[in-house]
Ligand binder design. Structure first.
Ligand code: LMR
Length: 398
């Protein structure tokens, strides 16, 4: 038999929680697992701007014929403007281009195959910890994966240790940085930290790959792009992966882009030719629907304004939930212990719960979170903060 030697692997550490949560009969369960935003009613609704754009597409989209390896050019132009800023000198000088991908994950995979095929010998450096799929994507492409310290066992951001390791990275390697809303920890670099990283990147001639999956969920759509734009302005070459899953609520539509900044237009075209050829072997043409929706929104000032308002609603709700959870923990004597939750940014919080506590939260309180204590704050029901805080307190008792 051909399949007799195939072993079953465990469920995905994040997506596997969707089924586990769904199967739990406890009506008072909490879903703090996979990174999806939930509104005050506990629903992951489709943004109004997306609904309007979708209706327009239904009414007027003329064809579903192939769109080519880089996807829809209008989407590419508009996503470059969203990420780089409409007035970016790189756009004016045609030094940046976007390749449409199936989600941010597709952009990461495309970057992985591009590095493996076109930049042989370069290893990639990931933060420790990082999104678990970063680890598997780059390993699957055959890259040597190494780590720089980021958050230590005391659950604090350790910038000196990070910088010390970055200084030892072999010249020319790739370093993956999280633009904002670090996944899984929620701990972001300060502007001074980014300047320090930039200096080392220049000294060691590193190629930064900035993962930008949560634009608008940290401090705002423009604010969150600050580090990306700093690096783009200071460096001749840069890779950026952008995701529309969270900020456009397009999760299952798989919409994202790999942006490349090169030092000349000619070189950009060389790189883009390789990306298109690489994408051909992965998915041929990218899926269209989500990207067509994004282009419809970003290309219409009124719709874009409505969307920006909706992103701001989500961002501020998450920020309030962070503060609310710490406030709910305070009367239980745990305010200080969990104060970092209000400081972290984006959907996720490294709560500081260990794997044993995560297992107890799930088994004894039906609170579902990812291993190493990652909670999706954006999934919290604001009316049940006291209940959630009580469950946290129950597993924190010695
Ligand atoms: C997460 O980290 O929960 C999200 O980015 C969803 C995913 O694909 O893992």
């Amino acid at each position: 038999m051909h399949f007799s030697q195939i072993q079953r692997v465990p469920d995905d550490p994040i997506l596997g929680l969707i089924q586990a949560y769904a199967k739990d009969p406890n009506p008072n369960k909490f879903d703090l697992g996979v990174g999806v935003y939930k509104d005050a009613q506990g629903l992951t609704t489709i943004p109004r701007a997306v609904k309007i754009a979708e209706q327009r597409l239904v009414d007027s989209q003329p064809t579903k014929s192939y769109i080519g390896g880089h996807g829809e050019p209008r989407f590419g132009t508009l996503i470059c403007e969203l990420v780089m800023g409409a007035d970016s000198p790189l756009i004016a000088s045609k030094r940046v281009g976007a390749t449409q991908t199936p989600g941010g994950t597709g952009a990461l995979r495309l970057s992985a195959d591009f590095i493996a095929n076109c930049l042989p010998g370069k290893g990639i450096w990931l933060s420790d910890p990082t999104w678990p799929i970063h680890e598997t994507i780059y390993a699957a492409a055959g890259l040597k994966v190494s780590h720089y310290p980021y958050v230590g066992s005391d659950n604090t951001l350790n910038v000196p240790a990070m910088l010390e390791t970055l200084r030892t990275i072999p010249e020319g390697d790739v370093v993956l940085l999280h633009a904002c809303c670090h996944n899984p920890t929620g701990f972001d670099l300060s502007r001074d930290d980014w300047y320090a990283v930039l200096e080392i990147v220049k000294q060691r001639n590193l190629l930064p790959l900035i993962d930008f999956a949560y634009q608008g969920f940290g401090d705002g759509l423009e604010e969150d792009a600050w580090a990306v734009r700093l690096f783009a302005g200071e460096l001749p070459e840069l890779l950026i992966t952008s995701s529309c899953s969270k900020n456009f609520g397009l999760y299952r539509e798989r919409t994202g882009a790999l942006l490349v900044c090169a030092d000349t237009t000619d070189k950009l075209l060389d790189v883009r030719s390789q990306l298109s050829a690489t994408a051909r072997n992965l998915w041929s043409n990218p899926p269209d629907h989500g990207a067509a929706v994004v282009a419809e929104i970003l290309g219409d000032p009124e719709l874009k304004a409505l969307w920006a308002e909706e992103v701001e609603e989500m961002r501020s709700r998450i920020a309030h939930l962070r503060v609310g959870l710490v406030e709910a923990l305070t009367p239980l004597g745990l305010g200080e212990r969990f104060a970092h939750i209000a400081v972290q940014r984006g959907m996720f919080s490294y709560t500081g719960m260990n794997d044993d506590q995560v297992a107890r939260l799930r088994n004894e309180h039906s609170v579902y979170m990812v291993a190493a204590g990652r909670a999706n704050v954006a999934g919290i029901d604001a009316t049940r903060l006291t209940e959630l805080a009580a469950a946290f307190a129950a597993v924190c008792e010695d």
